[in-house]
Design a protein around this ligand. Structure first.
Ligand code: 13P
Length: 248
């Protein structure tokens, strides 16, 4: 059976002292969970959260990385830097990075290759815009994103995929559990075509987009949804804990 992963994406929120307080508050609330708990925090909070989460069941991730090992890339952070301080996960290709920072499918592919090379687990985001959904293009868009993201990648056993319909992010409009499951299932079928049944059966595919304590259970109990990538609701320790504990 596939394990469940509940990952928070803080986006550009929380100062280091707030991040420390958050881990202190969250830790006792989720200590009995058997789900994998990940918090993807701003770069500046990584070191603090890693220290405070030591010895707990909370794993820490970054929200982006550069694909080069080092060099003249002012303002960037490399995968080696993340790995060196003990980061385990990294979000790659979030729709906000694609939209505001012009990240392309080719950039996403280079980042995944590099993350895997250093032993980070990439959480790769795919998803359609409202316009694409209204034009019934979502499957075509996602198929294209997946094929490009995984180009020349032979082993995706350490990759997590997050289906995040852009129209559901931060809008309070969650995809229905049936719609979300239909697309996660479709993603699994695409993985099957590229990598075969064994890989597809084991692939972890998350749903993200207005996941809250009151809808998490229904979403995460669907056949092909293996957990969630949570934005707004991951900023409050109690809300996030309630989502993590959806199956307790
Ligand atoms: P919200 O949960 O705030 O909709 O954000 C989802 C998201 O973008 C997680 O990466």
């Amino acid at each position: 059976m596939r394990r469940k992963i509940i990952a928070g994406n803080w986006k550009m929120n929380k100062l280091p002292n707030e991040a420390l307080d958050f881990i202190t508050e969250l830790e006792p609330l989720v200590k009995n969970s058997e789900n994998e708990i990940v918090l993807c925090v701003p770069y500046i909070d990584l070191f603090y959260t890693l220290l405070n989460a030591q010895g707990t069941n909370i794993k820490i991730g970054a929200q982006n990385m550069h694909w080069e090992k080092e060099g003249a890339y002012t303002g960037e952070i490399s995968s080696e830097m993340l790995k060196a301080i003990g980061v385990e996960y990294v979000i790659i290709g979030h729709s906000e990075r694609r939209k505001y920072f012009n990240e392309t499918d080719e950039d996403v592919n280079k980042k995944i290759i590099k993350a895997l090379e250093v032993g980070l687990k990439p959480i790769v985001c795919v998803g359609e815009t409202l316009e694409e959904r209204e034009n019934h293009k979502e499957k075509e868009v996602i198929k294209n994103q997946i094929e490009k993201a995984f180009k020349n990648i032979k082993d995706i056993s350490n990759v997590i995929i997050a289906y995040e319909p852009i129209w559901a992010i931060g809008t309070g409009k969650t995809a229905t559990s049936e719609d979300a499951n239909e697309i996660t299932k479709f993603i699994r079928e695409e993985i099957l075509k590229i990598y075969g049944k064994d890989v597809a059966d084991c692939a972890i595919i998350l749903y993200g987009g207005s996941v809250k304590p009151n809808n998490a259970k229904e979403l995460f109990e669907m056949s092909d949804i293996d957990g969630g990538l949570i934005g707004g609701a991951s900023l409050n320790a109690k809300d996030f804990a309630n989502i993590v504990n959806y199956n307790i």
